[in-house]
Design a protein around this ligand. Structure first.
Ligand SMILES: [Zn+2]
Length: 284
């Protein structure tokens, strides 16, 4: 009777594990660029992302990072009565039960000891910050916003792409007068907002030149080529295809280039061909 009960318990645990494994890929869903990511995830998905679980391995140091005030951390460790310690108690403290409380950004080493075995985790507490929260720019100009203080993937999006168009690397283009909010979402669970007002300058100020972010795409705007077209195009130098900036086949990488050239120049001089999906020729 007891053995049967144990067998059922095992089956229930296996079901729960299978469910967790099934839920993970669902998080990689396609998201709508115009809405902050957190608004698009279900409560269950957000909860799973916020309660980060880290597996500890005897004799090894694993690495983990969490966002302060957003994520909590739990360790997966067999049994109880471990001796827990945090090497930097200003950054994070750990309770007798192994529950981590983040205090400020920085790095600490959390250790659990029992019976001659040591389990360790190098833990980084992140506190991301948006470099700008309010911008006023004139129509036709380009600038950039950047979320610093995190190594996690940051997604940028716009509340109104007709007013402010946002590229995946945080560059923003003012398209027409109005107000739009640019969102930077980190780790798909916390959104930082920058209010962008597109309006003529009350007093002339120097043109904003975007500072290239290392490892991301640089917008190329050669002065020698006259700009006649309304749209900026996106080039893939590997496939030699030209895309509209909102084409869903655009990815990031060093072979992707945002240009403000004319279509004629791109097609006849640079020898690019049209993307079969967004086909820029149709939008001329
Ligand atoms: Zn395309």
């Amino acid at each position: 009777m007891n053995a049967m009960k144990k067998g059922w318990n095992k089956r229930i645990i296996l079901c729960i594990l299978a469910f967790i494994l099934c839920v993970q890929p669902v998080l990689a869903i396609t998201l709508d660029d115009t809405k902050p990511v957190e608004a698009q995830l279900s409560k269950e998905m957000l909860k799973a992302l916020r309660q980060k679980r880290v597996e500890l391995v005897a004799g090894r140091t694993v690495a983990a990072s969490i966002i302060k005030d957003v994520q909590t951390l739990q360790f997966n460790i067999k049994g109880t009565s471990y001796k827990w310690n945090s090497s930097n108690k200003k950054v994070a403290v750990v309770s007798k039960k192994g529950v981590v409380r983040p205090l400020q950004k920085g790095t600490t080493k959390i250790t659990a000891k029992k019976g001659g075995k040591t389990y360790a985790c190098k833990l980084t507490i992140e506190e991301p910050q948006l470099n700008k929260t309010r911008i006023r720019i004139p129509v036709g100009t380009v600038t950039s916003i950047r979320l610093t203080g995190t190594n996690k993937v940051v997604r940028y999006s716009s509340s109104n792409p007709d007013v402010v168009y946002v590229y995946s690397n945080g560059y923003i283009r003012a398209r027409k007068n109005g107000i739009a909010y640019v969102y930077a979402t980190v780790g798909t669970m916390k959104t930082y907002t920058c209010k962008v007002t597109v309006a003529p300058d009350p007093t002339p100020i120097p043109t904003v030149t975007p500072t290239p972010v290392p490892g991301t795409i640089i917008i190329v705007e050669p002065e020698v080529i006259p700009t006649q077209d309304k749209y900026t195009y996106v080039l893939n130098s590997k496939t030699k295809k030209v895309h509209m900036p909102d084409c869903r086949y655009i990815r990031t990488g060093s072979h992707w280039k945002y240009v403000n050239w004319t279509l004629d120049y791109i097609i006849y001089h640079e020898n690019y061909s049209y993307c079969g999906h967004c086909h820029p020729e149709k939008y001329r």
